[in-house]
Design a protein around this ligand. Structure first.
Ligand code: MG
Ligand code: MG
Length: 262
């Protein structure tokens, strides 16, 4: 299902998006060496409950998972990149942590992810994270009315190609609004000028994620956590955006989500 949202509905999604951004800020500040992933999960639950928000992950049971997800955040460390199941693991110096969360407030969803380094950074990890951030910015910049979905995908993929990162097209961005996953799928690679024409009111989660060495993935026995098949480190950056008559609105930006991009 794909639904164009009214300005009022986009405002409602921005309320959720601002909360999601603040939640990620809070967790990022806590994610220090020695902090357990379960502590981050519990903090996220606490903030969601205090806000009266609803987790989109709790009881999420897609075809690929093993039973319903019983957590509110995905925490993926190092070679894990997507759907990382929070587990009893104290963060170590130099870990690359990816956090991904989607919640709903008053029935409207926002979804955002970011990667960060815990403790001492490695240059190659910083480069990888920066590439996903630049790819996300490029995808957002291409999300203009009259452009097509392929323009967004190709803008994202071009950044990966510049840096030599392979792109997996199985998991990518998606429409969202009343639910976490709506049409269309937004691959992180594509052909310009192809696909759905972008129209004002379309809301999308764009989410480039790259592994340093491969586009192939493997699943943990938990059925959720997805890792790079070669064990190389991974990063993930995601924002929820709205297509407008002009520049897209970033709905999950920490403070200035109200303003279009300059
Ligand atoms: Mg997400
Ligand atoms: Mg998403």
């Amino acid at each position: 299902m794909m639904e164009l949202k009214t300005a009022r509905e986009i405002d409602a999604m921005r309320v959720t998006g601002t909360f999601v951004a603040g939640l990620l800020d809070d967790l990022a500040a806590r994610a220090q060496v020695g902090v357990n992933l379960l502590d981050l999960e519990h903090r996220a639950r606490q903030l969601i409950e205090q806000r009266g928000a609803v987790s989109c992950y709790w009881d999420y049971a897609p075809s690929f998972g093993r039973g319903p997800f019983r957590n509110v955040i995905c925490l993926s460390v190092n070679d894990a990149v997507l759907h990382g199941l929070p587990r009893d693991y104290p963060l170590r110096d130099g870990d690359l942590l990816s956090m991904d969360i989607a919640v709903s407030i008053e029935g409207w969803v926002a979804d955002s992810a970011r990667s960060m380094i815990v403790g001492t950074p490695r240059a190659e990890d910083e480069h990888l994270i920066a590439a996903t951030q630049r790819a996300l910015a490029a995808g957002i910049a291409a999300a203009l009315p009259g452009n097509r979905l392929g323009d967004v995908s190709s803008a994202i993929g071009a950044v990966a190609a510049e840096d030599g990162y392979p792109v997996n097209t199985q998991f990518g961005g998606h429409g969202l609004g009343r639910t976490m996953h709506e049409d269309p799928h937004v691959p992180n690679q594509g052909r310009p000028g192809r696909g759905l024409a972008l129209r004002p009111g379309l809301t999308l989660a764009l989410e480039p994620w790259f592994a340093r060495g491969t586009d192939r993935i493997v699943y943990d026995p938990d059925g959720w956590t997805i890792r790079s098949a070669d064990g190389s480190r991974t990063a993930h950056s995601e924002h929820t955006i709205a297509i407008t008559d002009g520049e897209p609105l970033v709905l999950t930006s920490p403070d200035d989500g109200l303003r279009p991009r300059e």
